[in-house]
Design a protein around this ligand. Structure first.
Ligand code: NIG
Ligand code: FE
Length: 399
């Protein structure tokens, strides 16, 4: 998509995320060639923008585009039947051990062609865009063999090219041990850290490992992450989701870009990631869909952590596509203030991905904005059932 130019005027309330600056009122934003150039009062638009197309938003609130920093939104099939079983009491670990869970999506994804995979994933990503997500991270991890993992990375790349959203891809070959390696897990770790990584490292920005009792140990995770770092990849980890496996403290040791879930992290683990400057990504959509306890955001926020919020969109534990719903869950169930939740869903996500140019509205930042059908961002948590996004602006183009 070509970069756009647009003046958004008559903004009733603008959340900029500029440090120390509360929401601005009665203002305008001028974007040219995809980037913000000026922010100020609606009646003070500089002359140089007079010829730029104008969108009058009639007093609506405007916030930065959402940055969804943890998704598995490229996959084939669904797991609605399994969801029904879980609601009747089956556990996620039991289903996984019986070859269901992640493994059933692996089976479906291995069978899918790249055309199928694009066809199934594109509507999801279009719904994310319509709900205000302008940048999303997407993981591989439903291939677990070299060809399908590479195919997933190529699919993410193709969707990034085809759609106005920016997608950041992460290699999650270490999601679980696939059935053909069940009794040879060491060989699988060697494959992931060796041939699989060699085949995929040019196509992705990050590596991720599901470091948990049901998946990979701390030592296996370290081996894979160190190999990926040699290839220049950043590190994200699924850590301490199902139990306290030690993944959060490993993320601190490895100076990962992010550590995600952290439901069972101890205070010491949290202290270590704060010290190491690792962004914590909280995923309350999982708690909602798994009918489990919510992460206590205050533990992380009050310890001084940089916290991001994300959907974890995946067919098993959180088939949630929209960030406004996550903001609502974070405020209602995780102790975030509305302002903290908005920051974590925008700037926090951007920082976790190393993308300094977004999640903020100031000259030089990307022209990624969301116009709300509401007078204030505080309506996002307050009105949880969607539909508050009036328009998404991506790199200055009104979608
Ligand atoms: O973030 N924890 C592992 N990965 C996903 C679940 C993926 C799946 O169930 O398909 C998660 O919850
Ligand atoms: Fe996940």
């Amino acid at each position: 998509m070509t970069d756009g130019s647009l003046v958004i005027t008559n903004i009733g309330e603008l959340s900029t995320n500029v440090p120390g600056e509360g929401p601005l009122t009665d203002c305008a934003v001028a974007i040219t060639d995809g980037a913000v150039r000026w922010v100020g009062k609606s009646d003070a638009l500089p002359k140089q923008f007079e010829a730029t197309p104008v969108a009058d938003v009639e007093g609506r609130a405007v916030v930065p585009g959402f940055v969804d920093a943890h998704t598995h939104t490229v996959f084939s099939g669904d797991r609605a039947t399994e969801f029904g079983m879980r609601m009747r009491g089956a556990s996620y670990e039991e289903l996984l051990a019986a070859g269901g869970g992640i493994l059933s999506t692996v089976e479906a994804t291995r069978r899918a062609s790249m055309v199928d995979l694009i066809g199934e994933s594109m509507p999801r990503i279009n719904r994310m865009l319509a709900a205000g997500t302008t940048t999303a991270e997407v993981k591989t991890g439903y291939g677990l063999d070299v060809a399908t993992e590479v195919g997933m990375a190529d699919t993410i790349g193709a969707l990034d090219m085809a759609l106005p959203i920016d997608l950041v891809s992460t290699f999650l070959g270490a999601h679980v041990v696939p059935p053909e390696f069940r009794d040879r897990r060491d060989e699988y770790v060697t494959l992931v850290a060796g041939d699989m990584l060699d085949a995929i490292s040019d196509k992705v920005s990050f590596v991720d490992v599901f470091c948990d009792d049901a998946a990979f140990t701390v030592d296996e995770t370290r081996t894979i992450c160190e190999a990926a770092r040699e290839k220049g990849l950043g590190i994200r980890l699924h850590a301490d989701q199902l139990s306290r496996s030690g993944g959060t403290s490993l993320a601190a040791e490895l100076r990962a870009a992010s550590v995600d879930h952290c439901d069972h992290a101890t205070d010491e683990d949290i202290g270590a990631v704060v010290e190491a400057g690792v962004t914590v990504v909280l995923l309350p959509g999982v708690s909602f869909s798994m009918r489990e306890g919510y992460p206590d955001g205050r533990r992380f926020l009050d310890a001084g952590a940089t916290v991001a919020l994300a959907t974890d969109c995946n067919p098993g534990t959180s088939y949630v596509e929209t960030m406004p719903f996550i903001i609502s869950l974070a405020v209602v169930n995780c102790g975030f203030t509305p302002a903290e939740a908005l920051w974590s869903a925008t700037r926090g996500g951007a920082l976790s991905l190393g993308l300094e140019d977004r999640g903020i509205v100031e000259p030089g930042a990307l022209g990624d904005l969301v116009v709300l059908d509401a007078p204030s961002y505080t309506h996002l948590p307050y009105r949880p059932d969607g539909g508050l996004v009036a328009a998404t602006v991506k790199r200055g183009s009104l979608l």
